[in-house]
Design a protein around this ligand. Structure first.
Ligand code: AFP
Length: 344
């Protein structure tokens, strides 16, 4: 047996039957002072993920395809599934007592915890259903979340949300793809759990994910080419130009759901980019609940995430729904991008 597959097998056997809950409880035991609040928060997130997954898989039958006729704070069309996912997350998280404030892509202002529930020490921000435009065509979509510790001693407010990505205590996503996976980091590596729908549990399937140092894939919306800075065009052209020494040309892959494009990049390596352009002067992706959580996951897996000017995790947020340009993926591929794309 090849050494690699033997190691894989040992890994699998060692973690056989590890549910997300067991994994979190084992970690909790390693911190004698832990209150269990963090574990409970994740249990609520996992519950929301299972509910959304079940609805996503039946969306066409449950009358949940299509849009609501409304637009959100970003000026984007709100799909029925966006609303369902947003409400599910809010209902699962608001009553648990672990969270003091929430923020969502779908809601203009921070979402307070109703006074009838206790407030906890965490702030959570999420994109309830990333990739809305792919919902109706049965392409992978996902939920992204970012967790910070509460800063304020009194009533929590916007300043609790506007924290640098490097201060996140956890980040993750739930991808609703050919299988449903819960992928997260709490600062100790990146771990992936696959939902077994017949049991209703997430089982550890991808312990300690490492991103290849260099990949062979690039992922960018080339429809925006005419709007890019010439340095971005030249970088993409460079990726496409054959050069054996650099493993080029790279192959193109673009789904249009950040969760799905990032998940592939995490497992296979390469680079995903949503650069700034003439139309989207600050990029398109949202810092607090898209770029930052993915940046924490990427760096924990050995990759990198940059705005082109600075590490995403260093950006000091000024607005809840702030956008940033994003170059994320394998370390060497992101370094190439940053070296080639013109700084502001
Ligand atoms: P929605 O969640 O509003 O569909 O946005 C998806 C997204 O923010 C992100 O998931 C994609 O990477 C990106 O937009 C795709 O944008 P383009 O359609 O402009 O390529």
């Amino acid at each position: 047996m090849a050494e690699d597959s033997r190691v894989d097998e040992i890994h699998r056997a060692e973690h056989y039957g590890w549910t997300l809950e067991r994994f979190l409880l084992e970690r909790q035991r390693a911190f004698p002072g832990a209150t269990g609040e963090f574990t409970q928060l994740f249990q609520q997130l996992a519950l929301a993920g299972k509910i959304i997954s079940s609805r996503v898989s039946q969306a066409g039958l449950a009358g949940l395809l299509g849009h609501t006729g409304k637009t959100n704070v970003q000026g984007e069309t709100v799909q029925k599934m966006d609303v369902f996912a947003n409400n599910t997350l809010i209902h699962c998280l608001e009553s648990g007592g672990q969270v003091c404030l929430m923020a969502s892509e779908e809601v203009d202002d921070p979402i307070p915890i109703p006074t009838r529930y206790p407030k906890g020490r965490y702030v959570i921000m999420f994109d309830p259903l990333d990739g809305s435009t792919n919902i109706d065509v049965n392409i992978s979509i996902g939920t992204i979340f970012s967790v910070h510790k509460r800063l304020s001693a009194g009533d929590p407010g916007i300043s609790d949300c506007l924290q640098q990505g490097s201060k996140q205590v956890a980040a993750g996503y739930i991808i609703f793809g050919s299988s449903c996976m819960f992928v997260f980091t709490s600062g100790d590596g990146v771990h992936g759990f696959t939902l077994d729908p017949s049991v209703g549990e997430f089982f550890l399937s991808h312990p300690d994910i490492r991103m290849p140092e260099r990949g062979k894939l690039y992922s960018v919306n080339e429809g925006n080419q005419a709007l890019w800075d010439p340095s971005v065009r030249e970088w993409v052209e460079w990726l496409r130009t054959p050069d054996r020494a650099n493993g080029k040309p790279y192959s193109g892959r673009y789904i249009g759901t950040l969760v799905a494009d990032f998940h592939r990049t995490l497992l296979k390596g390469g680079v995903f980019a949503y650069p700034a352009d003439v139309k989207n002067k600050h990029g398109k992706l949202r810092l607090l609940y898209e770029a930052s959580p993915m940046a924490l996951i990427a760096t924990q897996a050995g990759g990198l995430a940059s705005t082109g000017d600075e590490p995403v995790l260093d950006v000091i947020p000024t607005e809840l729904h702030q956008r940033v340009p994003l170059f994320i993926g394998s370390k060497l591929d992101v370094e190439d991008a940053v070296a080639r794309v013109k700084r502001k």
